[in-house]
Design a protein around this ligand. Structure first.
Ligand SMILES: Cc1cc2nc3c(=O)[nH]c(=O)nc-3n(C[C@H](O)[C@H](O)[C@H](O)COP(=O)(O)O)c2cc1C
Length: 256
């Protein structure tokens, strides 16, 4: 099984999302997959100019000659695309969008109707070709992933690929914070590794494994307390300027 795994976080290896991605990759490698990992921050990547030259004038060939050109060629031949991106403004990062826009040249402009829905014609549907989403977000609740999951389901549909599922880690900010404070997050990371292994070995990731990745790491109340005290330490509490900080103004604090 050939996998192209794209790390779409501007933080790259230092990011929260990379924690899951790296575990997924080692599980998939252990099960025998051939994996290419690409970090968007290391790519020379032009933006799609939307003139559709790759559809009409030079079908299948992009006007740009940069690192994304070769990447998209390799994506076309890959059995699995692993799209790893933090949630930014509800969706994927702009660096990931930049890569995914360029995959439009793998499709024909002509429409077909499949299961009562229009989509562009592409290579014949190959059931083993799949897309996996890996993501972390800042908010506590899983609902923060809803627009991103829809977006990736939709692009899988457009590319005639099966959406194989998502490794989602809500309050992903807590992962490295907990690690730094000696709190064990191994069960989350082990589940990400199992997901990689399952996908390559069985072609599917079990719901039990995916649920283990997104299970709460702590209560919502503890998360807000932990993160706010960390944010306040970083910002420095400035009464009158830092929201929620009333140092030196006790009458205001007690009035709220
Ligand atoms: C520009 C920007 C936009 C963000 N938007 C959201 C958002 O809409 N919802 C959310 O839950 N988290 C949001 N976050 C938080 C990130 O998703 C979260 O910190 C994530 O774990 C970062 O992953 P990384 O370290 O791999 O980059 C945003 C972060 C940035 C920098």
């Amino acid at each position: 099984m050939k996998i192209v795994a794209i790390d779409g976080s501007p933080h790259g290896e230092k990011g929260n999302t990379a924690l899951l991605l790296n575990e997924f990759i080692s599980g998939a490698r252990e099960a025998g997959a051939e994996i290419e990992k690409v970090r968007v921050t290391s790519l020379r990547a032009e933006t799609c100019c939307s003139r559709m030259v790759c559809w009409y004038r030079t079908p299948g060939v992009c006007v740009h000659e940069d690192d994304v050109t070769g990447l998209v060629d390799r994506m076309a031949g890959a059995d699995v695309w692993v799209l790893s991106t933090p949630v930014h403004v509800g969706g994927m990062t702009q660096q990931m969008v930049r890569v995914m826009e360029r995959t439009v040249r793998l499709l024909s402009p002509c429409y077909e109707v499949h299961n009562s829905r229009t989509r562009h014609v592409a290579a014949p549907y190959a059931p083993r070709k799949a897309v996996v989403l890996i993501s972390t977000c800042g908010y506590y609740e899983e609902v923060a992933f809803a627009p991103l999951v829809s977006q990736v389901e939709d692009l899988s549909w457009s590319h005639h690929r099966r959406f194989a599922g998502a490794l989602l880690r809500p309050h992903g900010l807590a992962l490295r914070f907990m690690q730094a404070n000696g709190i064990d997050v191994r069960s989350t990371l082990d589940a990400a590794r199992t997901a990689g292994l399952e996908l390559v070995r069985d072609g599917v990731m079990t719901e039990e494994t995916l649920r283990a990745i997104r299970q709460p790491l702590m209560s919502q109340e503890d998360f807000v307390l932990m993160m706010n005290s960390a944010f306040e330490r970083r910002m420095g509490c400035q009464a009158g300027r830092t929201p929620g900080c009333y140092a030196g103004e006790p009458e205001q604090a007690s009035g709220l």
